[in-house]
Design a protein around this ligand. Structure first.
Ligand SMILES: Nc1ncnc2c1ncn2[C@@H]1O[C@H](COP(=O)(O)OP(=O)(O)OP(=O)(O)O)[C@@H](O)[C@H]1O
Length: 281
């Protein structure tokens, strides 16, 4: 199949250098009759940290899975750095791009999941170097060097030979973060990464993510119920309800003076009426 490198749907200016990292254009996602996302439009600029909040079932995880191409949109277009992700408009028709073209874009995107998703039969090191070796074509030595640096940076320098199930949940999630970073992603998707963790180890995982946010310019799209984390790390918050954006604001505004009544009700429920406890540090 021919690889398409250009697109009739390239963003308006046609200048990829200034194209947003992520652009949703009239995106629809349905599962059978269930229309989960409809006419969804939003952009994430390069280096932005955007948190998606909203009630259960509002479509937040689906959005991350679409960006990761774990799901495919049933309508509309998603662009990554100005390039169509899975579908493009060609000859007046919406057509799926070649698998090769999709894979090229997917390489630049990393995801950390709620349930870690490590390969249980591989060691920690093997988990981390698998994609750099097989997808990026790095040598095993090069990938191992980088993996060891990353293990050090997430505080697990002695766990390279361990198997995931020998580690605590917090340690597994730190390995999953190292694995995502080993691909040097331009975009990092974080899907409720602390929801499966015991409360006392949530902090250690969030501290690592805060440091990544502070020390890199990776674009981040975050789904979390940790509102303090969202406030510390993100520069924009999108409130979803029923697959639509009902409010968009900076964290300061969203968490202190939400305007939409759905946002007010959601934050009241999530924060137990303690909105005032969300501080600026
Ligand atoms: N693979 C699937 N097959 C069928 N329906 C799905 C699938 N994945 C998601 N859905 C449906 O899509 C809707 C949105 O789910 P999604 O997980 O994106 O919501 P969410 O906002 O992330 O919720 P939560 O906060 O509970 O994780 C739900 O109605 C869900 O049942």
């Amino acid at each position: 199949m021919p690889t398409t490198t250009d697109s009739e749907t390239a963003p308006e200016s046609g200048a990829p250098a200034t194209a947003p990292a992520i652009r949703f254009q009239d995106v629809e996602k349905r599962f059978g009759d269930n229309v989960v996302l409809k006419d969804l439009n939003f952009e994430v600029s390069k280096g932005d940290r955007v948190t998606l909040i909203g009630p259960s079932g509002s479509g937040k995880t689906t959005i991350l899975r679409l960006v990761m191409t774990l799901e495919k949109a049933t309508g509309g277009y998603i662009h990554i750095n100005g390039e169509p992700l899975t579908h493009e408009l060609r000859g007046g028709k919406r057509v799926e791009r070649s698998e090769k073209a999709q894979k090229q874009i997917r390489k630049r995107i990393g995801m950390v999941f709620q349930q870690f998703n490590l390969f249980p039969n591989m060691t920690v090191l093997e988990n981390i170097i698998e994609a750099p070796v097989h997808v990026l074509g790095q040598s095993k030595e090069q990938a191992t060097r980088r993996a060891m640096e990353l293990l050090e940076s997430v505080g697990l320098p002695n766990k390279a030979k361990a198997h995931p199930l020998q580690l605590s949940g917090g340690q597994q999630q730190r390995v999953a973060i190292a694995r995502a970073l080993a691909m040097d992603p331009e975009i990092l998707l974080l899907d409720e990464v602390t929801s499966a963790l015991d409360p006392e180890i949530v902090g250690e995982v969030l501290a690592i993510l805060r440091r990544i946010a502070d020390t890199t310019d990776i674009t981040m799209l975050i789904v979390t119920h940790e509102m303090q984390f969202a406030r510390d790390v993100s520069n924009r918050v999108l409130m979803f309800d029923g697959g639509r954006i009902v409010e968009e604001a900076t964290p300061d505004v969203m968490f202190t003076e939400p305007k939409h009544e759905r946002t007010q009700a959601f934050l009241h429920a999530v924060l137990g009426g303690q909105e005032g406890q969300i501080g600026t540090h």
